[in-house]
Design a binder for this molecule. Structure first.
Ligand code: HEM
Length: 393
């Protein structure tokens, strides 16, 4: 088994693992995103991973650490094994995720285990099917209002987009009465900001309880056409923090898809391949596992740094281009913007429908694309802005 030198272990932390939390895994931090764009942090991380693969070969690369077993995956085939064999022997709820997510979704499926996980997973799969809520209609309404604003101001900025997207998200999750409850999603944002500093920050129990109480009030209305109507109130209150939180990623992906002239569901998938919103997929083994002739101990944390696999110039001729034709069945096992296997994103189809609808409603009214191949490895969505073009309707 390849074991990284001390220097390379340092590089793995400095250039790949630490810059990702700095940008905010749970909620993106604008100033750090801007700096990341300038120093090309993701490009450096991808280049570092490429060098590791040249130096150590395709086996998982063990980092040299006392008291922890951490392995970086370098082979695309290994990447597909990890999600396929989750949650056992590769558990989804790693200690990093538990520490982060306990701040705002202690009962979320992602950090649940055993029977509870199975039950919560089934619930998510059941309710998150796009045909079960009024996703298209809600997005069409909000896109319409947003376009009026864009025409009057002459441009679409991240701020105006995000306001609209959050209205749509609150309606899809909790119904029309929650549409303008900005305070609800602001509370979530604060809880998420603390989750970014998972280990260091004391949990805000008071705020979390206030947030849950508000969620409960909205859920009790069980508005038809929203996710809240599809499950018992107690379950909605437990799962909705993740649903709301994850719509943020869907908005970011939509805005970036606009920047590359993307269209429809394939445009959304490509945006998520080129700039993964879950750049690090983590699993923790529950028993010893066998890799390329060596056993790795139980409790090993496996790290899949997806930007490396999604932008692998040695293997993918389209690595840095917009390549919608590779979807929905990509020719490579390691293109996993929504992860894969039994722990894959159960919201994927809802995202493709809702975000795809928003993208298609906006694209013809804006002057895009502004970016061309080779596409940059980091794209600061906060800084994106598109001019309105003169269209009717
Ligand atoms: C562009 C948008 C999105 C992307 C790229 C995305 C991606 C992902 C990924 C990669 C995972 C696996 C995480 C891991 O293995 O640690 C995941 C899990 C999950 N996602 Fe999404 N997601 C998105 C939006 C959504 C939305 C809008 C919802 C719900 C409304 C959602 C619900 C979930 C849930 C419940 C899980 C946990 C699944 C489990 O533990 O079994 N996601 N998502």
């Amino acid at each position: 088994m390849a074991v990284a030198s001390r220097l390379d272990t340092g590089r793995a932390f400095a250039k790949v693992l630490l810059p990702t939390p700095a940008k905010g895994v749970i909620v993106r931090r604008p100033p750090v995103m801007a700096v990341a764009g300038t120093v090309r942090a993701d490009a450096v991380a991808v280049a570092t991973m490429m060098r590791f693969r040249e130096r150590y070969g395709p086996e998982p690369l063990r980092l040299r650490m006392t008291g922890r077993s951490i392995a970086l995956l370098l082979d695309p085939v290994d990447v597909s094994r990890l999600p396929a064999d989750s949650p056992s022997p590769f558990a989804l709820g790693t200690r990093e995720k538990k520490a982060a997510l306990a701040h705002f979704q202690p009962h979320g499926v992602l950090i649940s285990t055993g029977e509870e996980r199975a039950r919560r997973r089934a619930l998510n799969e059941d309710v998150l099917r796009p045909e079960r809520i009024y996703a298209r209609g809600i997005v069409a309404d909000e896109a319409d209002l947003l376009l009026r604003h864009v025409r009057s101001t002459g441009a679409l900025t991240w701020d105006s987009f995000a306001q609209s997207w959050w209205r749509a998200a609150r309606r899809m999750v909790l119904g029309s009465f929650a549409r303008d409850d900005v305070e609800l999603t602001d509370m979530l944002k604060t809880l998420r900001a603390h989750a970014n500093w998972a280990y260091l920050h004391p949990r805000r129990e008071v705020l979390r309880r206030r947030f849950e109480e508000r969620l409960r009030e909205h859920s009790e209305r069980r508005e038809p056409g929203s996710l809240a109507a599809l499950a018992p109130v107690a379950e909605v209150v437990e799962q909705a923090p993740h649903w709301l939180f994850a719509f943020d990623a869907a908005g970011i992906v939509t805005m970036r898809a606009l920047a590359i002239g993307g269209a429809g569901e394939a445009g959304i998938r490509e945006s998520a391949r080129l700039w993964p919103t879950t750049p690090v997929i983590l699993r923790e083994s529950t028993e010893p596992t066998h890799w390329h002739g060596t056993w790795l101990p139980a409790g090993t944390t496996f790290v899949v740094f997806t930007p490396y696999f999604h932008r692998d110039r040695d293997r993918l001729p389209y690595a840095d281009e917009y390549a919608p034709d590779i979807w929905p069945a990509p020719p490579e096992p390691a293109l996993v913007p929504f992860s894969g296997g039994p722990g894959a994103c159960p919201g994927r189809d809802l995202v493709l429908v809702a975000a795809g609808a928003m993208l298609d409603a906006l694209r013809d009214h804006l002057a895009v694309p502004t970016l061309h191949a080779p596409l940059p490895t980091t794209l600061d969505h906060f800084a994106l802005s598109f001019d309105a073009v003169n269209t009717t309707g």
